[in-house]
Structure formats: structure tokens, C-alpha cells
Design a protein around this ligand. Sequence first.
Ligand SMILES: [Zn+2]
Length: 285
Amino acid sequence: MIWHVVVAIIIVKLTSAENVYCACAVGNAALYREAGRFETLFAVIPTGMCVQYSNGLEFVTVENTTWISLEYGGHSGFADFSLLSPEVWNGVCPTRLREIRAGGSHCPRIVTREEWGARLPSHTIGHLPEIPQYVFIHHGAGSRCHSEDECAAKVRSYQEFHMVTRGWWDIGYSFVVGEDGNVYEARGWDKIGAHTYGRNTVGIGISVIGDFRTQIPDDAALHAVIQLIACGLNTGKIQTNYIIQGHCDVVPTECPGNAFLDIIKSWPHYHRSNDSHCPPLDELS
Ligand SMILES: [Zn+2]
């Protein structure tokens, strides 16, 4: 009887990935051997890199700056806490820029409708009935863009396509992101979009300009998406228990592309529903 319990505990231990604590740098975070003593600098954690730390996190406040203890490169040191976004991760901490969820209250640059030359909507668009829980990820499925001029032209062409060809009231997405690293305001945080059939009233739709079936968006675009989601969280525009899904998780479509999906699936709030139309997770990458 006791052995059964012991075996059961061991199985649970082996099969459940453990939560680990990670700190992801939202700016270049200098590491000092002693908190607040700048002459003891020994390393810099570059923006976007995540470092795992043990449960015994130590906070030290020196002259209005809070420092946290970290292990990095085999040494322990202290970094300015405002440059690190603490994360609880299921499994191993991500180490690449494209996998972090940036924290803090940072919002990426959002190019307004006026700035990218939007047409007015043809009808008044209704407000989302409540704070959305879902973030649906799309791709434009066309060519890419790497400058603000190029990307703004792409966003205008999306709007034209949605309004003229599709007959919608406005560009369908909530936001569009370019590989120039900018976010382009489409319907925005508060309006009901036309991006994810059947789910438009419960989520926002973010589309990255480009075709990501076999290639991934560049780091600038991925960082902008991650920052936009963090910005939505920090400004109360999406629910804290938000769920990220690809368009294909809801609707039979190749969108947002398998290469892109392979990245999204590692984001902490990604949830694969049972009736997803996306390729099985073990077929990705
Ligand atoms: Zn889509």
C-alpha cells in the first residue's frame, strides 16, 4: 500500500514538467558582484535573454534601486530589478529573444491609423463586450516589409483588400506588425475585429506582415508582438489569464504558418485546443 503511494508520487514527479523561475532582460542588464557597487560589474545580460534563478531570490535595495540576485555564467551577481521581467516557466527558461514575453509596462511604438494613412471605416465598429481573453495570431500570407514606409503601404493594402474585396467595414485585424519592428494600429484594443471567424468578440487579432509557412518573422517583429501582448496586459486591455492561439487553432487555415506556429507554441500562454486545425505539435519544426 505504502509502495503504491511512493510509486505514484515518483510517476507524478517524472511526468510533470516543473515550474522554473526565469528573469528575462527587458534592457541590457548589467550584473554586479555586489548590489549597487558599479565597480564590481562582471557581465551584461543582453536584452531579450532569460536567466533561470533558484527559489531563493534575494532582493537588496540600495539608494532607491532594487537589485535581485542571479546566477549567470557560473557566477552569482546582482542586476537592477527594473531591467528584468520575472517569469514562471513550465520547463526550462527560454534563452532566445524570440521566445521571451517582455514585461514591465513597456509598450512598443504603435503607428496610429492617421500615421499609416488609414481610410475611415465604412460603418461604426462596435466595442468588444468585455476585456478579451484571447490573442489570435495571424500572418498576412504575402510579401514581407522591413521599413516603415514599406510596412505602412502593406497595411493600407490589407485595408483595401478587406474593405473592397471582402466588403468588410474596416481592416479586419486589431493590430498589424511589420518586420520593421513597428506595430500598426488597425481596429485597436477595444473594437470588435474581423479576423478569427466565430471568436471575434472574445479576442484580438494580431497579424504579422509576411508569409511564415517556412520562414519565421524576424526578431524585431517577434519582439513587437511579445511587447504588444505585454503592453495589453499591463494596460488592462487583455485578461491576465489570456490565451494565445494561432488562427488555425480555430479555423481550418494555414495561417499563421507552420514556422511561426512553431515559435508561438513555446510561448507560455499558448493553448492548443482539442479541436485545433493546426498540424500536430510533434509535426512542427
Ligand atoms: Zn489568419
